[in-house]
Design a protein around this ligand. Structure first.
Ligand code: MG
Length: 268
């Protein structure tokens, strides 16, 4: 009797071990949604790994490349979506006849009226054709996600500077994978995928933010995991925060950087 009992226990143990191996194999395929229905069996038909929901929403793109579900932040018609950071007053930057805007020296940063979390952000920028100054003082601006995390904008053509502060850098944190600027005076595109950091109730950071940047079609930041805020002096900080505006920088040295065609898609 005792012998039969031990044989039964051994058989059950082997059976469970086989199931675990099969479950792990299903996980490895990364088709977890489909596989969850078939834990313990290896699918034998193609239909077994097909899923039909959720159905993705349809998004169309207009002639200017703007997705139908995007929030247009700047299309050249005015500064309706923006205010000055310092005092929340109307934007004093230059509104140009060609549908762009240009940083007004000493006017200060501008920011969106809306707060954002994780986003897909598109914007176009150019340095002035007339070159003045060197290093960090040559056409320096920047895009600040959630008012804290800067993707650098700088005229780096024949203008060296520290590489973690060059064009396309996550300022003082991540050197870009390539320098993909167009010639000075021509328009550049930035397409940015930003996932906001997450903070717990205690204020502890639970998940780092990430930034991906495509510059003129070239991947220059590949899902970079933020260490914290992008500080000019000092180490990154991780003070808890929620959704916050997108800012554009006035570096206060006659940078004359221009922007156009700015839109954003919310990802949360
Ligand atoms: Mg800057």
């Amino acid at each position: 009797m005792k012998k039969i009992f031990f044989i039964l226990i051994a058989a059950l143990t082997v059976s469970n071990a086989c199931k675990q191996v099969k479950t792990k194999s299903a996980e490895d395929t990364e088709q977890t949604v489909a596989a969850e229905k078939y834990v313990g069996e290896e699918p034998t038909k193609p239909e077994a790994t097909e899923v039909y929901e959720p159905v993705p929403p349809k998004v169309t793109v207009n002639g200017n490349g703007v997705p139908s579900d995007a929030i247009i932040l700047f299309d050249g018609s005015g500064f309706d979506e923006w205010i000055h950071v310092a005092d929340s007053t109307a934007v004093q930057w230059h509104l140009n006849k060609d549908g762009s805007m240009t940083v007004k020296d000493q006017a200060g940063f501008i920011q969106t009226k809306r707060n954002f979390g994780s986003v897909q952000l598109h914007l176009e920028w150019k340095s002035p054709a007339e070159v003045k100054a060197d290093g960090q003082n040559r056409a320096n601006s920047g895009v600040f996600l959630q008012s804290r995390y800067e993707v650098q904008i700088l005229d780096n053509n024949d203008n060296d500077t520290y590489v973690n502060g060059q064009v396309g850098a996550i300022y003082k944190q991540s050197v870009p994978l390539a320098m993909a600027s167009r010639p000075t005076g021509e328009w550049n595109t930035y397409d940015i995928i930003f996932h906001a950091p997450e903070f717990g109730m205690s204020g502890k950071k639970m998940k780092s933010g990430t930034i991906t940047v495509i510059h003129n079609g070239v991947l220059i930041q590949d899902h970079y995991e933020l260490k914290g805020t992008t500080e000019y002096i000092g180490w990154p900080k991780n003070i808890p925060h929620g959704k916050a505006p997108i800012q554009l920088q006035d570096h206060r040295d006659n940078s004359r950087v221009s922007y156009r065609n700015i839109w954003v898609r919310e990802l949360d």
